[in-house]
Design a protein around this ligand. Structure first.
Ligand code: SGN
Ligand code: CA
Length: 539
């Protein structure tokens, strides 16, 4: 009799259990929070490297999830990267090769597919794709690059003005969506995209004093002379020494620059600083001057020149860049706390990435665009307690074409065959079989700001081959194991003859695989290039 009762109780328990899991599968499809910051270098994220800054809140995602050591983009610039993330396709197939292209919103994107399959979708913050967002139930996005202080936002009902600092504003919007707008009967996908830490690096009032006058370590290659590199490096206009504006970027008053005869810098972004300063309210202006006044005084007193000036500019650049990251970190913390407090942590995949990496003085540069590691690589941290063990590390070659397939896979939605990336889900569980062994890259925005020549290339675990083309013809190859800083171009070095041939073969294979034949110019692109030259006043 006791046995019978026991069996009965067990049956009831099992059926309850079964019912629970099956309802869970239907009602509790995972939520997704997808965070893309703008120009956040992995060198300035302490889960990767803590020599410049501590980012304890973003690091939580690494502690509680997976850190991807080799995450890369396909085209290191903003709009193209965002188009790749949405479509899972390379630039030559997704309508956005550079920041001037308009995103074709008739394309299939992962938010549209999620929406079709019953997800609620929302985007707050940076969009930068020119056309209006499609595939989102809720959206409020920055027009173009947007502003750091009191930013305007585009909404389905027109432009609105907000009060506050951009990273706080975007977070307030995202949390308000989660708390008050969302339909709790549906799983959600929230894209929460920051403007920060994009140029011209205006920190929030909370972080103005952080890093100021603190000695920031200088990269070994700040004075790189590009000895073995092609002229693409020499001719790029993104050197801290020559192309970073003492006025707009380093925030030195034009009057001081005039007084000290820093004439070469006066035509650079003249007025940009004043325009941004004019956006602050009276109290902010006062606080700002308290911090930047002494910096200006110091500059006036010491008026550095030559290498000392480059070192000074590097220091100033980092003070502001790292200050801006502080606000990103704090706000990511707020969002993660919200998820905790509302029991959303367990069933939400949180992705943290940037639209690309950034040079923090390496090779003397700021900005990105090149296929060299600092700009080609990007941070990628994913927390998803259902599938990813805490503190996992991944060493495979992953790329932003993988984002769309990954989100769809996690949501249990079929991945369209023409998406070119691969779902990262097997990697979450440690299955690295059948993973790719090479990455393809293609950058197009030339001629254009910073003048980085068009190039494409391949990177394997150890080697990288790059072809610069258009108004130049040059190859570079690097052995990343022997030369992680990419200082020694080994193209045509007889020692690497076989490897070079193999890299060429890999490159051709990838160009075929990804259907890219676009270094041979077609008329449509030539016409667009002429338009671009005209818009720059160069034609
Ligand atoms: C602006 C910046 C450039 C930057 C591009 C693209 N100049 O033009 O330095 O490369 O954006 O950046 S600024 O003085 O106006 O800030 S991207 O991240 O959007 O691709
Ligand atoms: Ca960017």
């Amino acid at each position: 009799m006791n046995k019978l009762i026991g069996l009965f109780v067990l049956c009831i328990a099992l059926s309850a259990c079964y019912e629970n899991t099956s309802t869970k599968n239907v009602n509790e499809r995972p939520n997704i929070v997808f965070i893309i910051t703008d120009d956040h270098a992995y060198q300035a994220l302490s889960a990767y490297d803590d020599k410049l800054i501590e980012t304890p809140h973003i690091d939580r995602l690494a502690r509680e999830g997976m850190l991807f050591k080799k995450a890369y983009v396909t085209n290191s610039i903003c709009s193209p990267s965002r188009a790749v993330a949405l479509t899972g396709k390379f630039s030559h197939l997704n309508s956005v090769r550079d920041n001037l292209d308009v995103f074709d919103t008739t394309q299939v994107t992962f938010p549209k597919l999620l929406q079709k399959e019953g997800y609620e979708t929302a985007i707050y913050g940076k969009w930068h794709l020119k056309s209006r967002p499609k595939g989102f139930d809720y959206w409020e996005v920055l027009p173009d690059q947007g502003h750091y202080y009191h930013p305007e936002l585009l909404t389905p009902n027109g432009e609105i003005k907000t009060l506050g600092y951009v990273t706080d504003v975007i977070t307030d919007k995202a949390i308000f969506y989660l708390d008050s707008l969302r339909d709790t009967s549906k799983p959600f996908m929230l894209m929460y995209n920051h403007k920060a830490p994009h140029r011209q690096w205006w920190p929030s009032m909370h972080d103005l004093e952080d890093f100021k006058f603190k000695k920031i370590p200088v990269p070994e290659t700040l004075f790189d002379s590009y000895k073995t590199k092609s002229k693409a490096s020499v001719e790029a206009e993104m050197r801290i020494a020559d192309h970073m504006a003492l006025s707009a970027d380093n925030k030195i008053a034009l009057e001081i620059l005039e007084k000290l005869n820093y004439e070469e810098f006066l035509d650079w972004y003249e007025g940009a600083y004043k325009e941004r300063f004019a956006r602050l309210n009276a109290e902010e202006k006062e606080q700002w001057q308290k911090v930047y006044g002494p910096i200006n005084d110091d500059f006036l007193k010491n008026s550095p020149k030559g290498q000392a000036l480059t070192l000074w500019k590097y220091q100033r650049y980092m003070e502001d860049y790292l200050g801006v990251i502080k606000s990103v970190d704090r706000n990511i913390g707020r969002l993660l706390d919200y998820l905790d407090a509302n029991e959303l942590t367990e069933n939400t995949m949180v992705v943290y990435t940037s639209d690309q990496g950034f040079f923090l003085g390496e090779h003397g540069w700021f900005d990105k665009r090149f296929m060299y590691e600092e700009s080609f690589r990007t941070p990628l941290l994913i927390r998803y307690p259902n599938k990813i063990q805490r503190a996992s590390l991944n060493d495979e070659l992953v790329q932003n074409i993988d984002f769309a397939p990954t989100v769809l896979d996690v949501a249990g939605i079929a991945i369209p065959e023409d998406m070119q990336g691969k779902s990262l889900v097997p990697l979450f569980e440690g299955d690295t079989s059948n993973w790719r062994n090479a990455l393809y890259y293609h950058y197009y925005e030339y001629p254009g700001i910073h003048m980085v020549k068009r190039h494409y290339g391949v990177r394997t675990d150890r080697y990288k081959l790059i072809h610069f083309y258009y108004d130049t013809e040059a190859w570079e190859m690097y052995d990343l194991k022997e030369d992680p800083q990419e200082l020694n171009n080994i193209y045509d070095d007889p020692k690497y003859k076989t490897i070079q041939a193999d890299m060429h073969k890999r490159l051709n294979e990838l160009r075929l695989q990804y259907k890219d034949a676009s270094d041979s110019l077609n008329q449509e692109w030539i016409d667009k290039d002429i338009e671009r030259l005209k818009s720059l006043g160069w034609y």
